[in-house]
Design a protein around this ligand. Sequence first.
Ligand code: KIV
Ligand code: ZN
Length: 501
Amino acid sequence: MSAPKRIYVFDTTLRDGEQTPGVSLTPEEKVVIARKLDELGVDIIEAGFPASSEGEFTAAKKLSSLGLRAKVAALARMNQHDIDAALNAGVNRVHTFIATSDIHLKYKLNKSRDEVLGIIRDNINYLRSKKVEIEFSAEDSTRSEKEYLLKAFRTAYDEGANVLDIADTVGIANPNLIRDLVTSLKQATDGAFVSVHLHNDLGLATANTLAAIEAGADQFHGTINGIGERAGNASIEEIAVALSVFYKDRFQTGINLGKIYEVSRLVEELTGVTISKNKPIVGENAFGHESGIHTHGIIRNPATYEPISPEMVGRKRWLMAGKHAGSHGVQAQLKEMGIEVTKEQLEEILKEVKKLGDMGKQVTDEDLYAIAIAVTGMAPQRLVDLIGIVTVTGTNVLPTASIKIKFKDRILESASTGIGPVDASLKAIQRSLEGVLKVYLREYGIKAITGGSDALAHVMVRVEDEEGRSASATATGPDIVMASVNAMVDGINKLLLKRGA
Ligand code: KIV
Ligand code: ZN
């Protein structure tokens, strides 16, 4: 049996991913993400579009000087100004593109097909003289007339392009079309190195990428969490996992699957693009179970209701109680919280859980914990306690919080600024625990219970650790900062219980 074919992963989180409406990363943030992508094992990191701004140029330059294992690429339109900007940033690969579809030629470029072929010839030729890797993308490949598209690729190839990239710019392709284009391009170029860049407008980016690889593509473009223009790009995490599940013996990437979740969270945090709960692999619910039938099966053998193990992608499964809950699931959840119950207590807890569920309420782990404490009469366990906090806010100074907390028998102190005193306080708590636990604040909600400026504030938080265990907590009080801090500290206590700390 021959060794699996190596498939190269071209990561465009920092370029096409950054083209997600509302996303703008600083060069420093790009450096942080690039280091993580490098650890993840992507082969090429597209740093950005250097000709578009000073910051983009600086980011590409910084990434090129980090000494990463991955190659660094930058985007350039087919003109000398863009190409020089990419070259001056010192990247390993220039990713240059021009549209080949009639609709783009007429309405965007205002050029004839022959003129575009001339532009491809001249610019690839120019790049070849610069001794840099050249990747050529035919923008809107999938709506281009096929014979002309192949001619454009052949032109780039003959002039010295190293990688030919088929772009499904508006995400309109299906697996049949992609298979046909990859096969035809391989034939038209005697087996050139072929890549695909596929958007997800019809939800087909992963299926299309797999079809491309089956047909002989050597590389695919993708982003972490599938972020990108409109409905986004192909999700690297989905494709890497699918390749491992379906084609382990035929194809291999350099991706360390166990790092996927960590990178996904970092990208979510720095781009501010929230992942939907049901997103495959990285969404909050991807390894969560509520119904009694499912949780019972999961407890006996997780494979009953899980396609892959959460550990494979650096995560943990979680169970949630609700109106569909069964005794096995609730017992397992209680055990996770360190609570042992008798058969009678379990029955009573289950009855309360279902009552809440029937009232249309989501039964959080905090509710379950409170019910269990009430039913068993045990004292709540706490590993973290607040000792003291000082916050400062006003004009012309950044809101600041200084915090002192007790973790087991240690005193931890830290300070942080934030956009307001609540943000500063919660950040200070997270920072103080850094050596013990990485805590992400996933949800924060606040409601005034009474009217007036002395209203009681009801705060809800959901915190999560780096493996996706999560815990929610609430606190109520007249002081918004203190209610937030108390909820956060409670949430962290529950998270620590779940970690078996
Ligand atoms: O979607 C697209 O066509 C692109 C090109 C720049 C490759 O992002
Ligand atoms: Zn794109």
